[in-house]
Structures are given as C-alpha cells and as structure tokens.
Design a protein around this ligand. Structure first.
Ligand code: UGA
Length: 483
C-alpha cells in the first residue's frame, strides 16, 4: 500500500520504517527541511540504535519530502505522528496536529484516505480532527482512527517491529479492518528479523520460539484508544513514583529497595519491570502525559489526586538526592561533583525532561562545580547547562579531584569502567548510584563509599560503615513496638 507518514520524529520514523520493512511504499513528510534532507541522504536525524541501518534497509521503499502534495500522490493511508508538547498549563498543544490535518485537507487527492492518529492526544481529538477534515474536504472519503503508539526511545525499531499490542480506535469496522490489514505482517510477525534488532521483544506474547503468536489488536472507540495511551503512561509513571516512595522509606528504616522490588515483582499480579527506584522518570512522554491527564481530568470535573501525587513524588526525587549528598559532604559549597550520564535514560541522547538536569542545577545552586560525562548526549548542551557545570570528553576528566561522583544515567558501558582507578583520581570517596545500577560490593572493594537510592545503610570501603560520611540513621522502630 502507498502510505504517508507525517512527522519524522521517533514515532513517525519507527512506524514508517516498520511499514516499509514489511512491504509498503512510505513517503515521509516533515516541515523541517534540514531533517528531511538528512534523511533523504540516509542519515539518522538523532541518536537511536539501529536507525541508520533501518533507513538503509528500507531505502528502496521510502522517500522524504517537505511537500504534502508530492507525498500524498496516490496515497491510500496516512499516519499523523507529530509532537503534542505541553502548553504552559500542562495541557497538550495540538497546533502541530492541526497543521498536519490542514496539510492533508489541502493536498489529499479525491477518493478515500485512511488517517491514523499516532500522536498522543486527549480524548475527543481524533473525532474533532475527522470533523475538520470532512468540513474542509467533503469530497474525500475520510476514514479516521485513533491509533496510539507505545514505543520506547532507545528501542524504536524493536518496538515498532515487535509491538506488545495495536490499539485501533475507530467508529466504523471498515476503518479498523483497513488499518489492521495494513499492519498485517507486523501483527503476524510475518517478516525476517532484521539484523539491526535483537528480535521479538522478550515480553511479546509467544506460543513457541519460532512461531510468534499474533500481536493483540484492541478495537475500541477513538476516545477509549486515546485515553488508553495516557493511562498506559500514567501506570508506568505511578509504578516508578511508588517504588521511589518505597525507596525513600527504605532509606529511613535500613531496608534495601532493590531486594524489596525483587520480592514485590515476583508476584505475577505485579511483575518485575518498571520497579527501578532512582532519580524519577523523565523524557518527553511520561512527565508530559501525567500532567496532561491531570489537566484533562480537571477540565471534565474530576480531581486526580493520585496522579498529582505521582507527579509530586517524581518532581521531589532529585531534590532528595541533592540534600543527601549535601549531608554526606557536609555542605556542597566549593565541592566538585562528577556526574555520569545526562540523557533521560540509557540508549538515547534525548535531554527532554531529563531528571539529571534538575540534579545539575540543584548542585550548582548550592555551590558545587559539576563535571559531566555522557557517551552521546553532550552535543549541544552548551546553552542548557548552568555556569558551574561543564561537559567532559572522558570519565577520567570528570572524576579528577572530585569530592563525589553521581551515576545519573545507567549507560551499560559505565559498568566496565576502571572504578579503582577513578577512585584514585578523587579527593573524597563518595559514589551516589542514582539508578541502583552498580554492584555495591564491587564499588566498596574499589574504595568507594557507595550510596544507592533506597538501599539502606551507606557503606564505606570494605563494607564498613563510613565514619566520614552519613550512615543511615539507626531506625527507631521500637517506639511503637516495644519488645
Ligand atoms: C515511554 C513509554 O515507556 C512508552 O511505552 C511510550 O510509548 C512513550 O513513553 C511515549 O509515550 O511515547 P520513553 O519515554 O521512551 O517511553 O521512556 P521509558 O523507557 O518509559 O522511561 C521513562 C523514564 O522512566 C526514564 O527516565 C527512565 O529512566 C525512568 N524509569 C524507567 C525509572 O526511573 N525506573 C524504571 O524502573 C523504569
């Protein structure tokens, strides 16, 4: 089928490339000329594992343009994958979506056109968009569906080729049928695994290792599909805030949240994933979508108490870590802190909503100098970092004469650093592992005072509580429970 994808961000490229790799002809439209010309030369516009290889593999079935008319020539289906960034009030800004709708209305040829809305939009948006298209171009047989996307940055190709589910929100069965047909090969796993992805997602339903079961397709109303997307991100965010709240309690009673999460997650009703305590969730989706859902709820007369608390716990997490480091170092004024990892999570260079940025500005505000290393995210940080923070090309440079080091993003390559060597470069031995990604025993053997998030006692070199730094307060649990 001839398909148009509007928007060449993570969602648009993931969707369009998955369709191209399963046999469709895909024209990508984006108004950003620099991005389009980069893509047309086969170059990835941002850091994303496997993207350059996927562009190469799909090159004979893809083209990139800024011109809607050219893209829409003989197209049968279109996907809207433009951003819906937050307004100052936290609602979803739909101006890019309106532009995309107008681009379709002004340039669609006659006949029929399927329009799938992949962007995350508040309930009612897809229906309103259908109305706008029908009013502007009554001669076109529009078939409009809400079709939210659930891919993760850092796993764009894997998640686009092997999604957990498809959600098709359409009033008419005919519209849903067409969209389902378009996704047919992806639904049935009917394509060879490309070399640039590891293969089906481990959590994707499988009947046997060789015959993947069909990906579930949820057919719903447009409003249900739209809300399901917000609900999915709200659930993920709530899990993270809940485990962070448990971690904060662990710190006060001397328990280890990693072990607690292991116990809790072994219950199949809960499951083990997304129970990583740390700095809190960031990125361009979870923070924005939780707040947009709050706004939406309030607009329709419901006070979302739990969602507001999810946001507040998340927003407070970096501050708690700064306060802890301040106590450990007996004041941050005049100290030097090495920060490992700036992107909002490993596998991406994206800094949108990165909780590490809150750490950096908080540390600098308290008088620390922050020296940052990140394997991919340091390009273009110059305008973003406050005075007092700077990027370092090597980890060694960041650690030189540091009073403390913080692991803020769990890049896998940080596991293999020469940790004893890094310790020797520092003035003081404090290592705060804000992702609970490092092995406390290995780190203490390397000479660090290791501090995780919610991991109970602060441990000094060779496993002894460190005299020079705070130890977890001896919990006074006997007040209420005299034995
Ligand atoms: C998220 C969702 O996971 C996707 O399903 C969704 O499609 C996407 O938003 C979107 O709406 O477009 P993403 O923003 O790529 O994907 O990031 P996640 O992998 O969900 O991570 C979000 C944040 O949570 C990161 O800062 C990560 O470090 C943090 N996190 C994750 C934790 O703090 N603990 C965990 O256990 C897991």
């Amino acid at each position: 089928m001839k398909v148009v994808v509007i928007g060449c961000g993570y969602v648009g490229l993931g969707t369009g490339l998955a369709l191209a790799l399963t046999g469709h002809e895909v024209a990508f439209v984006d108004l950003d000329e620099a991005r389009v010309s980069r893509l047309a030369r086969g170059r990835a516009p941002f850091y994303e594992p496997g993207l350059a290889e996927a562009l190469h593999a799909a090159r004979n079935r893809t083209r990139f343009t800024t011109d809607y008319r050219q893209a829409l020539d003989r197209a049968e289906a279109s996907f809207i994958a433009v951003g819906t960034p937050p307004t100052p009030e936290g609602a979803a800004d739909l101006s890019f979506l309106r532009k995309a709708a107008d681009g379709l209305a002004e340039n669609a040829a006659g006949g029929g056109l399927l329009v799938a809305v992949k962007s995350t939009v508040p309930p009612g948006t897809t229906r309103a968009l259908a109305g706008r298209l029908e009013r502007r171009r009554p001669d076109v047989a529009w078939q409009v569906a809400a079709n939210p996307e659930f891919l993760r940055q850092g796993h764009v190709l894997e998640d686009s080729l092997y999604p957990f589910r498809f959600v098709v929100g359409a009033d008419r069965a005919e519209t849903a049928d067409r969209l389902e047909r378009l996704y047919g090969k992806l639904i049935h796993g009917d394509f060879p695994t490309p070399t640039f992805v590891a293969g089906p997602n481990p959590s994707q339903p499988q009947d046997s290792p060789t015959l993947p079961r069909a990906v579930p397709v949820f057919r719903t109303s447009p409003e249900t599909a739209e809300l399901a997307k917000y609900a999915a991100n709200a659930f993920l965010a709530a899990r993270i805030s809940l485990i962070n709240e448990i971690a904060n309690i662990c710190d006060l009673v001397g328990a280890d949240v990693v072990e607690v999460a292991g116990v809790v997650g072994s219950d199949p009703r809960v499951g083990p994933r997304f129970l990583g305590a740390g700095l809190g969730y960031g990125g361009s989706c979870l923070p924005k979508d939780v707040l947009a859902l709050c706004r939406l709820a309030e607009k329709v007369g419901y006070a979302p108490r739990l969602l507001r608390a999810v946001h507040r716990v998340n927003a407070d997490q970096p501050g708690r870590i700064i306060a802890r480091l301040d106590r450990l170092l007996d004041g941050l004024g005049g100290t030097r802190v090495a920060l490992l990892g700036l992107s909002f999570k490993a596998g991406t260079a994206d800094l949108r909503g990165a909780p590490s940025l809150g750490l950096v500005s908080g540390l600098v505000a308290r008088g620390a100098e922050v020296r940052i290393h990140d394997p991919v995210a340091l390009d273009g940080v110059r305008g973003i970092l406050p005075a007092g923070a700077s990027g370092c090309a090597s980890v060694g440079r960041a650690f030189t004469e540091a009073d403390a080091a913080i692991l803020a993003t769990e890049w896998p390559e940080y596991q293999d650093l020469d940790w004893p060597g890094l310790r020797r470069r520092m003035c003081r031995p404090v290592l705060m592992d804000c992702r609970n990604a490092l092995d406390p025993v290995r780190m203490t053997e390397a000479g660090f005072v290791y501090v995780g998030v919610g991991r109970g006692d602060t441990v000094g070199p060779r496993g002894r509580p460190a005299a020079t730094v705070e130890t977890a307060r001896e919990p006074n649990l006997l007040d209420d429970h005299t034995l």
